[in-house]
Design a protein around this ligand. Structure first.
Ligand code: PGA
Length: 253
């Protein structure tokens, strides 16, 4: 696991965008796994700048989003489809046919999950997966639980995620209580993973993840410890407790 600590959110976003830019330069038909939330917003902004000013070409890139609320309409401003369209896709030259976001209106969610998984396979898997992390250690909507769901599935959101996401809705009651998410297995099959964490709220989970080095279903992101090509990009705030802990380890040892 490579750990990179950036000075601030802007530098973190710049570095993440550079990693994605390099991957597209190397493989113009990159299969790119994308995430939503506040953390990747700076990365999308920088990628849009690279597209506009440096001609970064997305025309052959194939994207797969991690998750979507269920049920939700793509026109709902809180849907991840809407987020992706407005914060990224409509500003770049990605081919709409190459965009995949789980369908929040699928009539049969279970079979849609199977089709989504099969689509990822048809494109020979994800080359580079961008991830955020929840304060409870979730990735996508893979929430802490006794068991791990391996493939794309319909899931219930945990209380803590409902609470965290209620900031985007009028009230906690308006947050859809289910979501379609890629499973940890779908994520772990990505050839390369880029995990972003920014801000003080992520400091505790990052420290736990990086110092304890234990894989547990109580911290879904800890599955990433088993992957052989993960880059963790942090800003100073998210890295704060981790840095303190490793400093103490050194002074104790
Ligand atoms: P955030 O969400 O980027 O809005 O903090 C991350 C996540 O919950 O996966």
């Amino acid at each position: 696991m490579k750990i990179y600590i950036a000075k601030d959110f802007f530098q973190l976003s710049k570095k993440a965008a550079e990693i994605i830019q390099d991957a597209i330069s190397e493989k113009p038909d990159l299969v790119l796994g994308l995430a939503t939330g506040s953390t990747p917003l700076g990365t999308y902004k920088e990628l849009i700048r690279m597209h506009k000013e440096e001609k970064l070409d997305f025309s052959r890139v194939i994207s797969f989003n991690l998750d979507e609320y269920y049920p939700i309409s793509p026109e709902n401003k809180q849907s991840y489809f809407y987020y992706m369209k407005h914060n990224f896709f409509r500003h770049i030259n990605i081919n709409p046919e190459n965009i995949h976001v789980p369908d929040g209106q699928a009539e049969d969610a279970e079979s849609h999950c199977k089709v989504y998984e099969a689509e990822i396979r048809r494109h020979k898997g994800i080359d580079l997966q961008l991830l955020g992390i929840g304060e409870n250690g979730h990735i996508g909507f893979n929430e802490p639980d006794d068991e791990i769901e391996v493939l794309t599935h319909l899931t219930k959101l945990s209380e803590s995620t409902l609470r965290a996401n209620s900031r985007f809705f009028d009230s906690k009651e308006k947050v859809p209580c289910q979501a379609i998410t890629m499973g940890l297995g779908s994520i772990m099959k990505a050839k390369k993973i880029l995990l972003l964490a920014s801000g003080i709220k992520k400091a505790e989970i990052i420290a736990k993840l990086l110092t304890e080095q234990k894989a547990t279903t109580n911290i879904p992101a800890s599955a990433l410890l088993l992957h052989n090509d993960v880059t963790v990009l942090l800003d100073e705030e998210a890295a704060g407790i981790y840095k303190m802990k490793i400093k103490n380890q050194f002074s104790e040892g």
